[in-house]
Each structure stands twice: as structure tokens, then as C-alpha cells.
Design a protein around this ligand. Sequence first.
Ligand code: 6PG
Length: 480
Amino acid sequence: MSTTAQIGVTGLAVMGRNLARNFARNGYTVALHNRTAARTHALVEEFGHEGAFVAAETAKDFVAALERPRRLVIMVKAGEPTDAVIREFAPLLEPGDMIIDGGNAHFADTRRRERELREQGLHFVGTGISGGEEGALHGPSIMPGGSTESYGSLGPMLERISAKAADGAPCVTHVGPDGAGHFVKMVHNGIEYADMQLIGEAYQLLRDVAGYTPAEIADVFRTWNEGRLGSYLIEITAEVLAHTDAATGLAFVDIVTDAAGQKGTGRWTVQTALDLGSPVTAIAQATFARAASGQRELRAAYAGLPGGTTPALSRTEAARFTSQVEHALYASKVIAYDQGWKMIQDAAAEYGWKIDLGAVAKIWRGGCIIRASFLDRIRAAYAADSELVSLLGEMEFAMEITDAQVPWRETVASAARRGIPVPAFSAALAHYDTLRAGRLPAALLQGQRDYFGAHTYGRTDRPGAFHTHWAQDGRPETQA
Ligand code: 6PG
């Protein structure tokens, strides 16, 4: 078989198929392979007119069809299926060839695979791909890790097929070595969880406090989508809320079971953040809120227990409350994103990655699920100061958070008074107050730990670790 293909895709389920089509539509010759060959042929039959495909029935033929250095994209389920495909193809490749994993792999698996394949002279490029099926076909945001050398060969191809931001820039960058790409994709998904939960809490407040119908709330979100909250998630929220269920004629949102699913990337973000000691509290609350929503028996046991009171608002009060919720949603979103960027910084320090934080924002302006004009603000903030410790160190964000203080706090307090759960709003506000507090109850906590476990504590007036002899035996505190 002639070696004509610049790229190959194995694993032709929807994401893999659409990515292969995207490469072909952009002028590349694409080798195709799938465990079930029928799926390979079906793709060529249906979409062969879109570009040049080379259908391969065997792994050997697939590899033979690829020009050197071979670029082989794996689009299969994360975990063992990915390892199985690597085991099948790695022996057929030669030094300098590369395997690109476009699945939602855990970054620790990617780090392991990259190390193992590097020892065989192969490049392993764990690549986050965000934007779902549509994104894969029309232009996703792409987050490749792996070696700088691999990006030299692969990068221009990814830049051509990626989404383009409003300024025309491709939504792809070489994120960093080994698992950095999949790590940043994981954080993208964690932020996605927080963003979706915050939007959901805003919806519930407008429904239960402002007394608006789903259709009225859709109009509110359409208005918000024209302003600083404008984003893909806000845009589709308006569509979902405006949708009427064909079978019943009821508002679609009212016929959907209120138990959230999750494929796991948000959970990974929280687990990893705990290991890093990185407080992504808004992402964590969003992830736990998904779990809690599915606990039917527990919810049934709590149903009917006393809560708050929800006095109706007049139309004027409802409009005012809506403005408050917009401030609370925006402020909470800034905190949630700031937590995500801090987590990326914490991981870079832990794993020795040098990640351009502005570039991460830059490639998330288009193609991905959290795409928004807001991300260009973050890009600009890091472009102005690459050492920025927090988004709140940037004047405009700081001013917006200042403006939000009263409405943000009033929204959270109002929700608490009325018994409406806003775990992500509350977590974002508590995180903000934790970081701005002059003194935290951690001082008392250190005393407790020293009392029952002699774990020692620091003092405010001199360096060192100290232990108090709590047995009241008169002995002075000792310096550990
Ligand atoms: C993306 C999405 C995608 C995600 C699915 C399901 O960036 O295209 O984040 O990667 O896995 O949308 O996510 P959950 O089932 O975890 O909500």
C-alpha cells in the first residue's frame, strides 16, 4: 500500500469519524482504521467525497499507508482500550513516529504512556479535544501535550483543523510536555462542571424566587448572552429553557429527571486537586451536586423537612433580583475560573511543566464547551502580566468583583433564607472570603491538632514549630 497519508485515525466512532473528516476536509490524506472494518468502509462510502481517505483493514496496512514520521491518532475509550490499541500499533512503528491520543484520558495514564513509548523512540501526544462531535468536525479546541519535536510536525495540522477565535487565531497550542495537554483538558472539564452548576443555580433562583417561567428565563439568558456572561453554555441554556417537550407540550426542563450524569472528568479534576492541595471548591461543589442530585432515596428521606420561606416577589422586585443574580453568577464564575487557573499553576509546579496560562485562555476562546468572550479577558490579563497570581490581581476583574459584593452576598443570603441550594455560588463566595480574610480559624484548628495529636503549630511572633504540654503539668511550650 502506498505511503500517502499525512495522518491516520483509528477508532471511528462519532468523535474519531468526525475528526478524520475534519482532516480530510482540510486537504490532508487520511488513513482510516477501525476494529470493525465495516465502519471504515461506511465512512468512505458516505463521506469519501469530502477528501482523500485511505481505508485500511489491518493494523499493518494502516501503518503502511502513513508517511514518515507517522502520525497515528487514537480515538477510543480512555483506560484499557487505549492501552490495547497502543500495544497493537507501537510494535509496527519506527523511532520518530508518533501516537496521538485524542480521547479523554487521565493525565497520569498519559504521563505513563509517554514515558514508556519515549523509551521505544516513539512520541506519545496526549491531546485534549474539546467541542464534542460538532467540534471534532468543524473545529475543536485542541490541547496537545507531548514533546516539542512532535508539535513541530503535528502542530501545523492541528492548527489548520482547529476552531478559530474571533481574531482568526487557531484554538490550539502546545500545552506542555507529557500529560500537560490531558491535564489542561481535565481542568477545562472541571471548569465546565462549575460553569454549568452556576448557570443551573441562577436558573433555579430565577424560577423559585423571581417566579419566572422557563421561557421568561430563556429570555433573561439571551439578554445575558449579549453581555459579559456571553458564552456557548449561556447560549445553549437559553435554547434548552425555551424548548417545549413535543409529547406533552410542557417546558422541556420540567419533564427531565433532575439527576445529573457525569462521565468522570470533573471527578478526576477534584481528586487531582485534593492531591495537589489546590482548592477548586466551586468545581468540587458542582461535582458533588451532580452526585447528590442522583441520590433518590436520600432525597426522599429529606423531602418535606423544614427549610426556608419563599415569599413571592413583585415584577419590579423580580427584575431587581434578576440583576442581583447576574452579578452573583458573574462573580462566582470569575472565582471558579481563577481556581481552575491556579490548579494549572499548581500542577505545573508539581510536574515541572512550563504552561503559558494566557495561551490556555487563548485556545479556549473558540471550539470548546466553555468558549466565551470572557476568556479573551483572561488571555489579556496574563498577556499583561504572565506572573499574575490571581485574576483578581487584574484591575478590571477586581473592579467587577467590588461591584458585585452586595448583590452577590444578597443572592447567597436570599437563597439560604429561602432554602434554595446554591452550593457553587456559596463555595465561590466562601473561597473569596477565605482568601481575603485577615485571620482564619486555622489558628484554632492548629491548637486542636496539637492538643490531641501533638502535631505542633507555628507562632505569629517567631519562626519554628511548637508544642504545648496540654497536661497542665506546668512545663513551658517546647520548640519542636
Ligand atoms: C468537551 C466535553 C466532553 C465531555 C462530555 C461529557 O470538552 O467536549 O467536556 O469532553 O466529556 O461533554 O461530560 P460529562 O459526562 O462529564 O458531563
